[in-house]
Write a protein that binds this ligand. Structure first.
Ligand SMILES: Cc1cc2nc3c(=O)[nH]c(=O)nc-3n(C[C@H](O)[C@H](O)[C@H](O)COP(=O)(O)O)c2cc1C
Ligand code: SF4
Length: 401
Protein backbone atom coordinates (compact mmCIF):
# COMPACT_ATOMS: atom_id res chain seq x y z
CA UNK A 1 0.00 0.00 0.00
CA UNK A 2 1.31 3.44 -0.79
CA UNK A 3 -0.05 6.94 -0.45
CA UNK A 4 0.64 10.12 -2.34
CA UNK A 5 2.57 12.70 -0.37
CA UNK A 6 5.06 15.26 -1.49
CA UNK A 7 8.06 15.67 0.73
CA UNK A 8 11.63 14.44 0.87
CA UNK A 9 13.14 10.99 1.31
CA UNK A 10 12.51 9.59 4.76
CA UNK A 11 15.29 7.80 6.64
CA UNK A 12 12.71 5.21 7.73
CA UNK A 13 12.70 3.92 4.13
CA UNK A 14 16.28 2.69 4.41
CA UNK A 15 16.17 1.06 7.87
CA UNK A 16 15.68 -2.63 8.62
CA UNK A 17 13.63 -2.46 11.81
CA UNK A 18 13.84 -6.19 12.35
CA UNK A 19 17.64 -5.96 12.43
CA UNK A 20 16.99 -3.44 15.23
CA UNK A 21 14.66 -5.88 16.97
CA UNK A 22 17.22 -8.67 16.65
CA UNK A 23 19.94 -6.44 18.13
CA UNK A 24 17.67 -5.43 21.02
CA UNK A 25 16.66 -9.02 21.77
CA UNK A 26 20.32 -9.91 22.18
CA UNK A 27 20.54 -7.37 25.03
CA UNK A 28 19.34 -7.48 28.61
CA UNK A 29 16.20 -5.51 29.42
CA UNK A 30 18.27 -2.96 31.34
CA UNK A 31 20.63 -2.51 28.39
CA UNK A 32 17.72 -1.85 26.04
CA UNK A 33 16.51 0.94 28.32
CA UNK A 34 20.04 2.31 28.70
CA UNK A 35 20.48 2.37 24.92
CA UNK A 36 17.31 4.40 24.41
CA UNK A 37 18.34 6.72 27.24
CA UNK A 38 21.81 7.14 25.73
CA UNK A 39 20.26 8.08 22.37
CA UNK A 40 18.67 11.08 24.08
CA UNK A 41 15.45 10.47 22.17
CA UNK A 42 12.46 12.49 23.33
CA UNK A 43 8.90 11.46 22.53
CA UNK A 44 7.69 12.48 19.06
CA UNK A 45 4.05 12.96 20.14
CA UNK A 46 4.59 16.57 21.20
CA UNK A 47 5.33 16.63 24.92
CA UNK A 48 8.95 15.59 24.38
CA UNK A 49 9.27 13.32 27.41
CA UNK A 50 12.53 11.28 27.30
CA UNK A 51 11.62 7.83 26.00
CA UNK A 52 14.34 5.98 27.92
CA UNK A 53 13.10 7.47 31.19
CA UNK A 54 9.50 6.45 30.43
CA UNK A 55 10.55 2.87 29.63
CA UNK A 56 12.70 2.78 32.74
CA UNK A 57 9.79 3.85 34.97
CA UNK A 58 7.43 1.25 33.46
CA UNK A 59 10.14 -1.42 33.52
CA UNK A 60 10.94 -0.78 37.18
CA UNK A 61 7.35 -1.38 38.29
CA UNK A 62 6.57 -4.82 39.65
CA UNK A 63 4.02 -7.10 38.00
CA UNK A 64 3.67 -9.51 35.10
CA UNK A 65 0.84 -7.63 33.41
CA UNK A 66 2.17 -4.59 31.60
CA UNK A 67 1.22 -2.91 28.35
CA UNK A 68 2.77 -1.06 25.43
CA UNK A 69 0.33 1.35 23.83
CA UNK A 70 1.04 2.93 20.47
CA UNK A 71 -0.68 6.30 20.25
CA UNK A 72 -1.91 6.42 16.65
CA UNK A 73 -4.78 8.80 17.37
CA UNK A 74 -3.15 11.64 15.40
CA UNK A 75 -5.90 14.16 16.06
CA UNK A 76 -3.86 17.37 16.23
CA UNK A 77 -5.02 19.68 13.42
CA UNK A 78 -2.40 19.76 10.67
CA UNK A 79 -0.77 16.45 11.64
CA UNK A 80 -0.69 13.53 9.20
CA UNK A 81 2.82 12.05 9.49
CA UNK A 82 1.77 9.04 11.61
CA UNK A 83 -0.63 8.02 8.85
CA UNK A 84 2.33 7.89 6.45
CA UNK A 85 4.45 5.89 8.91
CA UNK A 86 1.66 3.38 9.54
CA UNK A 87 1.01 3.03 5.84
CA UNK A 88 4.58 2.81 4.60
CA UNK A 89 6.60 1.51 7.57
CA UNK A 90 4.33 -0.55 9.87
CA UNK A 91 7.10 -3.11 10.47
CA UNK A 92 9.27 -0.40 12.02
CA UNK A 93 6.43 0.57 14.38
CA UNK A 94 5.75 -3.04 15.37
CA UNK A 95 9.46 -3.73 15.85
CA UNK A 96 9.62 -0.64 18.11
CA UNK A 97 6.59 -1.83 20.10
CA UNK A 98 8.16 -5.27 20.53
CA UNK A 99 11.42 -3.72 21.73
CA UNK A 100 9.44 -1.60 24.20
CA UNK A 101 7.58 -4.73 25.32
CA UNK A 102 10.87 -6.50 25.98
CA UNK A 103 12.28 -3.46 27.79
CA UNK A 104 9.40 -2.98 30.22
CA UNK A 105 8.35 -6.64 30.57
CA UNK A 106 5.01 -6.40 28.73
CA UNK A 107 3.26 -9.19 26.88
CA UNK A 108 0.65 -7.15 25.02
CA UNK A 109 0.90 -4.17 22.68
CA UNK A 110 -2.11 -2.24 21.45
CA UNK A 111 -2.22 0.24 18.59
CA UNK A 112 -4.88 2.86 19.33
CA UNK A 113 -5.77 3.77 15.77
CA UNK A 114 -7.53 7.03 14.97
CA UNK A 115 -11.17 6.33 14.06
CA UNK A 116 -10.75 8.11 10.72
CA UNK A 117 -7.93 5.69 9.84
CA UNK A 118 -10.24 2.65 9.95
CA UNK A 119 -9.22 1.91 6.36
CA UNK A 120 -5.70 1.13 7.67
CA UNK A 121 -6.84 -1.58 10.07
CA UNK A 122 -6.83 -4.49 7.60
CA UNK A 123 -3.42 -3.41 6.29
CA UNK A 124 -1.98 -3.34 9.83
CA UNK A 125 -3.60 -6.65 10.76
CA UNK A 126 -2.12 -8.29 7.66
CA UNK A 127 1.36 -7.09 8.66
CA UNK A 128 0.81 -8.34 12.23
CA UNK A 129 -0.32 -11.73 10.90
CA UNK A 130 2.82 -12.04 8.81
CA UNK A 131 5.01 -11.08 11.77
CA UNK A 132 3.36 -13.84 13.83
CA UNK A 133 4.07 -16.31 11.04
CA UNK A 134 7.68 -15.11 10.94
CA UNK A 135 8.09 -15.64 14.69
CA UNK A 136 8.42 -11.89 15.33
CA UNK A 137 5.25 -11.83 17.44
CA UNK A 138 3.61 -14.45 19.62
CA UNK A 139 5.46 -17.03 21.73
CA UNK A 140 9.23 -16.86 22.24
CA UNK A 141 9.56 -13.83 19.98
CA UNK A 142 12.66 -13.91 17.79
CA UNK A 143 13.61 -17.21 19.39
CA UNK A 144 14.03 -15.65 22.85
CA UNK A 145 12.68 -18.25 25.26
CA UNK A 146 10.02 -16.90 27.55
CA UNK A 147 9.54 -13.62 25.71
CA UNK A 148 5.91 -13.68 24.61
CA UNK A 149 4.55 -10.53 23.02
CA UNK A 150 1.66 -9.87 20.68
CA UNK A 151 0.02 -6.79 19.15
CA UNK A 152 -3.60 -5.93 18.44
CA UNK A 153 -5.18 -2.93 16.76
CA UNK A 154 -8.03 -1.08 18.49
CA UNK A 155 -10.06 1.68 16.89
CA UNK A 156 -10.10 5.13 18.43
CA UNK A 157 -13.30 6.81 19.56
CA UNK A 158 -13.07 9.80 17.22
CA UNK A 159 -12.36 12.56 19.73
CA UNK A 160 -9.26 14.76 19.78
CA UNK A 161 -8.92 14.41 23.56
CA UNK A 162 -8.59 10.62 23.19
CA UNK A 163 -5.02 11.29 21.98
CA UNK A 164 -4.19 12.45 25.52
CA UNK A 165 -2.64 9.35 27.02
CA UNK A 166 -4.92 8.88 30.01
CA UNK A 167 -8.08 9.61 27.98
CA UNK A 168 -6.76 7.10 25.44
CA UNK A 169 -6.50 4.50 28.18
CA UNK A 170 -10.03 5.23 29.45
CA UNK A 171 -11.31 4.90 25.90
CA UNK A 172 -9.45 1.59 25.38
CA UNK A 173 -11.03 0.29 28.58
CA UNK A 174 -14.44 1.03 27.08
CA UNK A 175 -15.19 4.20 29.01
CA UNK A 176 -15.83 7.74 27.83
CA UNK A 177 -12.51 9.21 26.68
CA UNK A 178 -11.78 11.64 29.50
CA UNK A 179 -8.35 12.43 30.97
CA UNK A 180 -7.56 10.95 34.37
CA UNK A 181 -6.06 12.74 37.33
CA UNK A 182 -2.30 12.28 37.51
CA UNK A 183 -0.55 10.91 39.53
CA UNK A 184 -0.65 8.00 39.22
CA UNK A 185 0.97 8.20 35.79
CA UNK A 186 0.37 5.44 33.24
CA UNK A 187 3.87 4.01 33.81
CA UNK A 188 2.64 3.10 37.30
CA UNK A 189 -1.09 2.53 36.74
CA UNK A 190 -2.17 2.76 33.11
CA UNK A 191 -4.24 0.34 31.03
CA UNK A 192 -6.26 -1.87 33.41
CA UNK A 193 -4.35 0.02 36.11
CA UNK A 194 -1.19 -1.85 35.21
CA UNK A 195 2.19 -0.29 34.29
CA UNK A 196 1.90 1.01 30.75
CA UNK A 197 4.05 2.94 28.36
CA UNK A 198 2.20 5.12 25.87
CA UNK A 199 4.32 6.17 22.92
CA UNK A 200 3.72 7.96 19.68
CA UNK A 201 3.93 6.01 16.39
CA UNK A 202 7.05 7.88 15.28
CA UNK A 203 8.76 7.39 18.67
CA UNK A 204 8.38 3.62 18.36
CA UNK A 205 9.55 3.54 14.73
CA UNK A 206 12.56 5.68 15.68
CA UNK A 207 13.38 3.34 18.58
CA UNK A 208 13.68 0.45 16.12
CA UNK A 209 16.06 2.61 14.02
CA UNK A 210 18.27 3.32 17.05
CA UNK A 211 18.81 -0.42 17.57
CA UNK A 212 19.33 -1.05 13.87
CA UNK A 213 21.88 1.72 13.30
CA UNK A 214 23.25 2.60 16.74
CA UNK A 215 23.16 5.43 19.23
CA UNK A 216 26.00 7.41 17.62
CA UNK A 217 24.29 7.29 14.24
CA UNK A 218 21.04 8.60 15.79
CA UNK A 219 22.86 11.35 17.66
CA UNK A 220 24.58 12.47 14.48
CA UNK A 221 21.22 14.08 13.57
CA UNK A 222 19.70 17.00 15.45
CA UNK A 223 21.01 19.06 18.35
CA UNK A 224 22.52 18.12 21.70
CA UNK A 225 19.19 18.46 23.48
CA UNK A 226 16.96 17.29 20.62
CA UNK A 227 18.67 14.30 19.09
CA UNK A 228 17.65 12.59 15.88
CA UNK A 229 15.52 13.39 12.89
CA UNK A 230 11.88 14.37 12.94
CA UNK A 231 8.94 14.02 10.59
CA UNK A 232 6.91 17.16 9.89
CA UNK A 233 3.40 17.41 8.47
CA UNK A 234 3.47 20.58 6.38
CA UNK A 235 0.24 22.16 5.20
CA UNK A 236 -1.30 25.55 4.42
CA UNK A 237 -0.04 28.32 2.16
CA UNK A 238 3.02 26.72 0.61
CA UNK A 239 3.83 25.27 -2.80
CA UNK A 240 4.79 21.76 -1.66
CA UNK A 241 2.78 20.55 1.34
CA UNK A 242 3.47 17.01 2.52
CA UNK A 243 5.40 14.91 4.99
CA UNK A 244 9.05 15.91 5.33
CA UNK A 245 11.94 14.74 7.43
CA UNK A 246 14.40 17.28 8.87
CA UNK A 247 16.95 17.05 11.64
CA UNK A 248 15.91 18.78 14.84
CA UNK A 249 17.41 22.26 14.91
CA UNK A 250 16.32 23.33 11.43
CA UNK A 251 15.23 26.97 11.41
CA UNK A 252 11.70 27.94 10.44
CA UNK A 253 13.14 29.94 7.51
CA UNK A 254 15.08 26.96 6.14
CA UNK A 255 12.08 24.71 6.46
CA UNK A 256 9.91 27.22 4.61
CA UNK A 257 12.47 27.40 1.80
CA UNK A 258 12.23 23.63 1.34
CA UNK A 259 8.44 23.61 1.14
CA UNK A 260 8.00 26.71 -1.00
CA UNK A 261 6.56 28.93 1.70
CA UNK A 262 9.19 31.64 2.04
CA UNK A 263 6.66 34.48 1.72
CA UNK A 264 4.74 33.30 4.81
CA UNK A 265 3.76 35.90 7.37
CA UNK A 266 3.42 33.32 10.17
CA UNK A 267 3.69 29.63 10.87
CA UNK A 268 1.65 27.65 13.37
CA UNK A 269 3.95 25.05 14.89
CA UNK A 270 2.64 22.14 16.94
CA UNK A 271 -0.94 22.24 15.66
CA UNK A 272 -3.86 24.20 17.02
CA UNK A 273 -2.47 23.86 20.54
CA UNK A 274 1.00 24.99 19.47
CA UNK A 275 2.67 28.34 18.92
CA UNK A 276 2.10 30.93 16.21
CA UNK A 277 5.53 32.12 15.07
CA UNK A 278 5.57 35.45 13.21
CA UNK A 279 7.95 36.24 10.32
CA UNK A 280 10.34 38.25 12.53
CA UNK A 281 11.07 35.03 14.47
CA UNK A 282 11.74 32.73 11.50
CA UNK A 283 15.37 32.28 12.59
CA UNK A 284 14.10 30.23 15.53
CA UNK A 285 14.76 26.49 15.59
CA UNK A 286 12.46 23.48 15.56
CA UNK A 287 13.83 21.77 18.66
CA UNK A 288 12.63 21.02 22.18
CA UNK A 289 14.94 23.73 23.54
CA UNK A 290 13.41 26.40 21.27
CA UNK A 291 10.11 25.56 19.54
CA UNK A 292 8.94 22.12 20.70
CA UNK A 293 6.71 20.27 18.26
CA UNK A 294 5.02 16.99 17.48
CA UNK A 295 5.55 17.89 13.84
CA UNK A 296 2.53 19.89 12.66
CA UNK A 297 3.48 22.99 10.64
CA UNK A 298 0.71 25.14 9.14
CA UNK A 299 1.95 27.92 6.87
CA UNK A 300 0.06 31.22 6.67
CA UNK A 301 0.63 33.34 3.55
CA UNK A 302 0.64 37.16 3.40
CA UNK A 303 -3.11 37.39 2.70
CA UNK A 304 -4.22 35.14 5.55
CA UNK A 305 -6.57 36.68 8.15
CA UNK A 306 -4.89 35.72 11.43
CA UNK A 307 -7.92 36.47 13.58
CA UNK A 308 -9.96 34.07 11.43
CA UNK A 309 -7.21 31.49 12.05
CA UNK A 310 -7.54 31.97 15.82
CA UNK A 311 -11.33 31.77 15.61
CA UNK A 312 -11.10 28.52 13.67
CA UNK A 313 -8.79 26.94 16.28
CA UNK A 314 -10.97 28.10 19.18
CA UNK A 315 -14.09 26.73 17.51
CA UNK A 316 -12.28 23.38 17.34
CA UNK A 317 -11.40 23.48 21.05
CA UNK A 318 -14.94 24.40 22.11
CA UNK A 319 -16.09 21.28 20.25
CA UNK A 320 -13.32 19.04 21.54
CA UNK A 321 -13.13 20.02 25.24
CA UNK A 322 -14.37 16.99 27.16
CA UNK A 323 -16.05 19.34 29.62
CA UNK A 324 -14.67 17.80 32.81
CA UNK A 325 -13.05 20.96 34.15
CA UNK A 326 -14.39 24.51 34.21
CA UNK A 327 -11.36 26.53 32.97
CA UNK A 328 -11.33 24.57 29.73
CA UNK A 329 -15.07 23.99 29.29
CA UNK A 330 -15.99 27.65 29.77
CA UNK A 331 -12.65 29.27 29.02
CA UNK A 332 -12.66 28.15 25.40
CA UNK A 333 -16.20 29.44 24.92
CA UNK A 334 -15.17 32.85 26.31
CA UNK A 335 -12.06 32.90 24.11
CA UNK A 336 -14.15 32.15 21.02
CA UNK A 337 -16.65 34.84 21.95
CA UNK A 338 -13.75 37.26 22.36
CA UNK A 339 -12.34 36.42 18.94
CA UNK A 340 -15.78 36.96 17.39
CA UNK A 341 -16.17 40.29 19.21
CA UNK A 342 -12.81 41.35 17.81
CA UNK A 343 -14.02 40.37 14.33
CA UNK A 344 -17.10 42.52 14.83
CA UNK A 345 -15.16 45.39 16.39
CA UNK A 346 -17.05 45.15 19.68
CA UNK A 347 -14.20 44.07 21.96
CA UNK A 348 -12.56 46.68 24.18
CA UNK A 349 -8.86 46.74 25.07
CA UNK A 350 -9.87 46.09 28.70
CA UNK A 351 -11.72 42.96 27.69
CA UNK A 352 -8.70 41.77 25.71
CA UNK A 353 -6.66 42.18 28.91
CA UNK A 354 -9.24 40.08 30.75
CA UNK A 355 -8.96 37.39 28.10
CA UNK A 356 -5.20 37.36 28.64
CA UNK A 357 -5.75 36.75 32.35
CA UNK A 358 -8.27 34.04 31.58
CA UNK A 359 -5.72 32.39 29.31
CA UNK A 360 -3.27 32.18 32.23
CA UNK A 361 -5.98 30.66 34.43
CA UNK A 362 -6.67 28.07 31.73
CA UNK A 363 -2.97 27.23 31.46
CA UNK A 364 -2.51 26.67 35.17
CA UNK A 365 -5.90 25.30 36.22
CA UNK A 366 -6.98 22.98 33.40
CA UNK A 367 -6.69 19.29 34.08
CA UNK A 368 -5.03 18.20 30.84
CA UNK A 369 -2.93 19.51 28.00
CA UNK A 370 -5.96 20.45 25.94
CA UNK A 371 -7.16 23.23 28.23
CA UNK A 372 -3.60 24.10 29.24
CA UNK A 373 -2.66 24.97 25.65
CA UNK A 374 -5.87 25.77 23.76
CA UNK A 375 -5.62 29.55 24.18
CA UNK A 376 -1.92 29.72 23.17
CA UNK A 377 -2.48 30.32 19.47
CA UNK A 378 -5.06 33.07 20.08
CA UNK A 379 -2.77 34.79 22.59
CA UNK A 380 0.25 34.67 20.30
CA UNK A 381 -1.83 35.91 17.37
CA UNK A 382 -3.05 38.83 19.53
CA UNK A 383 0.54 39.54 20.55
CA UNK A 384 2.06 39.46 17.09
CA UNK A 385 -0.83 40.59 14.91
CA UNK A 386 -2.56 43.02 17.29
CA UNK A 387 -2.19 45.91 14.79
CA UNK A 388 -3.72 43.91 11.95
CA UNK A 389 -6.62 42.93 14.22
CA UNK A 390 -7.43 46.30 15.77
CA UNK A 391 -6.91 48.29 12.54
CA UNK A 392 -10.11 46.79 11.10
CA UNK A 393 -12.06 47.38 14.31
CA UNK A 394 -12.03 51.16 14.86
CA UNK A 395 -14.59 51.04 17.67
CA UNK A 396 -12.61 48.42 19.63
CA UNK A 397 -11.25 50.96 22.13
CA UNK A 398 -14.68 52.08 23.25
CA UNK A 399 -16.87 49.00 22.98
CA UNK A 400 -17.47 46.67 25.91
CA UNK A 401 -19.03 43.25 26.07
C1 LIG B 1 -5.42 16.81 23.86
C2 LIG B 1 -4.22 15.98 23.57
C3 LIG B 1 -4.16 15.22 22.41
C4 LIG B 1 -3.04 14.45 22.15
N1 LIG B 1 -3.00 13.73 20.98
C5 LIG B 1 -1.94 12.94 20.72
C6 LIG B 1 -1.88 12.16 19.54
O1 LIG B 1 -2.82 12.16 18.72
N2 LIG B 1 -0.78 11.39 19.33
C7 LIG B 1 0.26 11.36 20.23
O2 LIG B 1 1.23 10.64 20.02
N3 LIG B 1 0.25 12.10 21.35
C8 LIG B 1 -0.82 12.87 21.61
N4 LIG B 1 -0.85 13.59 22.78
C9 LIG B 1 0.27 13.43 23.73
C10 LIG B 1 0.06 12.16 24.58
O3 LIG B 1 -0.68 12.51 25.76
C11 LIG B 1 1.39 11.55 25.04
O4 LIG B 1 2.20 12.57 25.58
C12 LIG B 1 2.15 10.87 23.93
O5 LIG B 1 1.38 9.89 23.28
C13 LIG B 1 3.40 10.23 24.51
O6 LIG B 1 4.16 9.64 23.49
P1 LIG B 1 5.67 10.07 23.24
O7 LIG B 1 6.34 10.15 24.58
O8 LIG B 1 6.20 8.97 22.39
O9 LIG B 1 5.63 11.39 22.54
C14 LIG B 1 -1.96 14.41 23.05
C15 LIG B 1 -2.00 15.19 24.22
C16 LIG B 1 -3.12 15.97 24.47
C17 LIG B 1 -3.13 16.79 25.72
S1 SF4 C 1 -8.64 20.46 30.17
FE1 SF4 C 1 -10.45 20.28 28.83
S2 SF4 C 1 -10.19 18.36 27.76
FE2 SF4 C 1 -8.77 18.33 29.51
S3 SF4 C 1 -9.91 17.37 31.19
FE3 SF4 C 1 -10.32 19.55 31.37
S4 SF4 C 1 -12.21 19.88 30.16
FE4 SF4 C 1 -11.39 17.89 29.56
Amino acid sequence: MSIETQGNTLTFASIDGDAGLKAALAMSRADIVDTVSASGMKGRGGAGFPTGMKWNFAGSERGDEKYVLCNADEGEPGTFKDRVILTEFPDLVFAGMTIAGRAIGATVGIVYLRGEYTYLRSHLNAVIKKRRADGLLGKDVGGVKGFDFDIIVALGAGAYVCGEETALIESLEGFRGEPRNRPPFPVVAGFRHRPTTVNNVETLASAACIFAEGVDWFKSFGTDRSTGFKLFSISGDCEKPGVYEFPFGISVADLLKEVGGSDAKAVQIGGASGTCVPRKDFARQMAFEDIPTGGSVIVFGPQRDMLAVAENFLDFFVDESCGQCTPCRLGNVKMLEGARMLQEGTCSAEYVAELRELSITMQVASKCGLGQTSSNAFMSILEHFGDEITSRAPQAETARS
